[in-house]
Design a protein around this ligand. Sequence first.
Ligand code: ZN
Ligand code: ZN
Length: 415
Amino acid sequence: MNTSITLHQRQYALPTQPVVVVCIDGCDPQYITQGIADGVCPTIARFHTQGFASTADCVMPSFTNPNNVSIVTGAPPEVHGIAGNYSLDRETGKEIMMTDASLLRGETLLALLSEAGIAVAAVTAKDKLRKVLGHNLNGICFSSEKAGTCTLEEHGIDDVVELVGRPLPDMYSGDLSLFVLDAGLALLKQKRAQVLYLSLSDYIQHKFAPGTAESNEFLKAIDDRLQAFIELGAIVGCVADHGMSDKNNSNGTPNVIFLQDKLEQRFGAKSARVICPITDPFVRHHGALGSFVRVYAKDPANIEAMIDYISGLPGIEDTLSRQQAAIKLGLPEDREADIVVISSESCVLGSCTSEHDLSTVGDRPLRSHGGYSEQSVPFMLSHPMSEKYLQYAASTRLRNFDIFDFALNGVRENN
Ligand code: ZN
Ligand code: ZN
């Protein structure tokens, strides 16, 4: 009988006790630091003293889909092929929302673990991630967004509402995430899963800064549930898909560069198409404004001049050609745009003014992600790591997609 699986040159031991990996969407390390200082997350504080806690870098762009796929494949986007939530297909010229696994290259750890006979469950807040996380997964996979309509055939489960025992959450709420954790706890209690991947939503982090009453209350609710997983005998690993930064001018209005407008003013109408890969159906989170965009030039002869022009704009941190972006950021070159643009911490990038409805985010100051400034994320485990993994962590740049390696292979024996 196999005792391990191998994916993208990394070997993972099959677990002998429950393993729960939680992706706390948009959890900037400051939420944790502040939460510990405010005493609202005693379980997470204990990870720091009795388990393992560090920070890691997420993959670029610092968006949800590429990072969730990296976490469940243990690999960067150049390997698994998912480089945004939303993209322009170079072959067809069509703009597509990533809602299935058609762009995924290779398998996921979850699929391989299930194939090896481990009971696996993946639960996500947003349904947009469900199909890619559940690709070839012979187990349970559903979202809290669509928890009311699960079928055995499609999701491996059809009684989620009874299982969790409370009403379905609102799509724009912290409860959408807590429902994911509660579903995970119920699955573990009923021994319906041994490995769980639980991916939350960043609604609270988009709206509330670290240390606010709302974000601390949310963190406390997460922390209570992490404790419950440990009491059920699980090894718990926590990471985030990306951080979160304030993106406003000093007067509190969003600090936006509408890049397509600027390029059209400078190079002519329809000279460039700017794609915002943060775009997803949850517009109220961020108005599709993030710190990373892709530019497609109508005339390739303009690319160099466009790069020069964009680099000179205030608020821009990095401007890369297609090849430079692939090498520097570990992105799949065959799917990359002509130009990749990354804005500085306090600034976001948009396409045209007319394509972004800022009224939907106007209830709170804009907080978003996508850039280098949101690459640092917490990397925490409930149990102490072996000497080998402590040395590895000390000698390398940890990535958020190392979490399954640490959770499955790194826990010190006789813990
Ligand atoms: Zn996210
Ligand atoms: Zn977000």
